[in-house]
Design a binder for this molecule. Structure first.
Ligand code: SAH
Length: 264
């Protein structure tokens, strides 16, 4: 009886601690906690060419940390959530890896193939009404045009690596738990997930990209994954100053499933 009581008490403490961590995190997010961008707003940005997030060159943080992601492996299956037309996809494909991306903007996907001089096929995705998949089989790149939250491992299997740039920071803050659960469900046991987030004062700018405190990265992934902060760099440029920010830190994390061979 006493043991059961103690267990119940410790469970209660755990739940209370979890609750207070959640309350703390949503306090940290400030007004951003409630901010919602509907998919149409993203598509409108693509239509109007307001895609300041796109970089014409391979992301430095991917380049610098690629060895850690590969961990000696070749021909890795990479997942790009919210892929846009990131040139990183071509860069990895040129190195013999395969790439699956998900992006709501058909325009963005078409531009990716066109700007990289790649032909592509286009077919419906039977599991997701209205979705399409655009493929270049030579380079092993498949880009799904759909809402990420409609995507699952039953559509394209599990992945050996994930490059999350402009993805966790772009989805609506209230969807982060759902997002983390989806990402973890797409990780193969040896998956190495490279996650790029930003720290800044959310009272100064409404996002996107949204502010993701380190405490939240831990609370989102910490129960099923090891989370290692690989780099934390000052990334403030005129672009962020124009948003009204006076500090902007970029954090790169390596996330691996607990008890997996990828965790060293
Ligand atoms: N990762 C890319 C793009 C980042 S911007 C890069 O590094 O350049 C975020 C992208 O996600 C936009 O292209 C937007 O159209 C897309 N997007 C936003 N919400 C989405 C969702 N729920 N499902 C699929 N794509 C989404």
């Amino acid at each position: 009886m006493r043991a059961t009581g103690a267990l119940f008490f410790s469970l209660l403490c755990h739940v209370a601690a979890d609750r207070s961590a959640q309350v703390n995190i949503s306090r940290m997010l400030g007004q951003q906690a409630e901010r919602v961008m509907v998919l149409g707003e993203w598509e409108e940005r693509w239509e109007q060419g307001r895609i300041g997030f796109h970089q014409p060159t391979v992301h430095k943080m991917l380049e610098m940390n690629l060895d850690k992601v590969l961990n000696g492996r070749t021909g890795v299956r990479f997942f790009f959530p919210l892929c846009g037309k990131a040139v990183d996809m071509k860069w990895l494909a040129d190195r013999g890896h395969s790439v699956v991306g998900v992006e709501i903007s058909e325009k963005g996907i078409r531009q990716f193939f066109e700007e990289n001089n790649m032909t592509f096929s286009e077919e419906p995705v039977p599991e997701i009404p209205g979705a399409k998949v655009f493929k270049n089989p030579e380079k092993n790149i498949s880009l799904y045009q759909c809402d990420l939250f409609q995507f699952s491992s039953s559509i394209a299997g599990l992945f050996g690596a994930i490059w999350d740039r402009g993805s966790l920071v772009a989805i609506n803050p209230k969807d982060r738990e759902k997002y983390a659960a989806l990402i973890v469900s797409l990780m193969d046991k040896d998956c190495r997930y490279l996650l790029d987030t930003f720290l800044y004062n959310p009272d100064q700018y409404q996002g996107p990209p949204f502010f993701v405190p380190g405490e939240q990265v831990k609370s989102l992934f910490g129960s099923s994954c090891n989370v290692e902060l690989l780099q934390s760099v000052d990334a403030l440029t005129d672009r962020q100053r124009d948003w009204g920010l006076d500090s902007f830190t970029e954090n790169i994390h390596l996330v691996t499933l607990k008890n997996s061979s990828a965790a060293n």
